[in-house]
Design a protein around this ligand. Structure first.
Ligand code: 5GP
Length: 193
């Protein structure tokens, strides 16, 4: 998506450790007009699927998921990061390894918000090693629901997550895929679509 690539080139900051900082428009301050265009693009890409729910993970996926949900006219559920409390019975739970924070945590979704009737589109801001998306897939499968696809704003194509999830036969659509980036020069190269 040209508009997103341009914005990443203009305002994205490449940090050491393969981190792209996009907090001026994506995951701290949020450019809602850009999100609206992204939501329309996800609708174009997944509009033929019988999606009745969008699933994301707190916190940075929520904004994009909400705007996308307006295009699909479906509710958004976000997986919550949980303290280790005994919620068994009422919740689906999975473990996610955080790429940015280098630690693992439990995430939960209340069983009443995910059922075998659901056809779910996963939305998130980044795809890196795939742990967050894999955790969301795990929650959906625990509920016996269907994964209709995965919509990502920025995929770091030089990390293995995209390949891992596509190899499961799941349709992953990323609006911008970064082929390489360099913290010293600040150069960002996008994969040609
Ligand atoms: P994964 O689980 O695929 O390794 O990483 C995805 C999650 O880590 C995303 O939900 C995102 O919040 C965070 N993340 C991964 N890479 C980056 C990055 O380069 N920049 C930012 N800002 N967040 C990232």
């Amino acid at each position: 998506m040209e508009l997103l690539e341009e914005r990443i080139r203009r305002d994205g900051i490449v940090k050491e450790g393969n981190i792209l900082k996009v907090d001026s428009f994506l995951n701290h301050q949020m450019d809602v007009e850009l999100f609206t265009q992204m939501g329309k693009e996800f609708k174009r890409l997944f509009g033929d699927r019988p999606i009745n729910k969008i699933l994301t993970i707190e916190a940075s996926g929520i904004g994009i998921a909400v705007i996308t949900a307006q295009e699909f006219h479906v509710p958004v559920v976000f997986a919550k990061k949980a303290k280790s409390v005994n919620l068994e019975g009422e919740m689906y739970m999975t473990k996610i390894e955080s790429f940015t924070h280098k630690r693992s945590y439990d995430v939960i979704v209340a069983k009443k918000f995910l059922s075998s009737e659901d056809h779910v589109l996963i939305i998130d801001d980044f795809l890196a090693n795939g742990c967050a998306v894999n955790g969301l897939i795990d929650l959906i499968q625990s509920a016996g629901a269907s994964v209709e696809g995965v919509g990502i704003a920025i995929e770091k194509g030089f990390q293995p997550g995209g390949q891992l999830i596509r190899d499961k036969g799941i349709d992953v659509e990323s609006l911008a895929i970064i082929e390489s980036m360099d913290a010293r020069s600040g150069e960002i190269v996008f994969r040609k679509s």
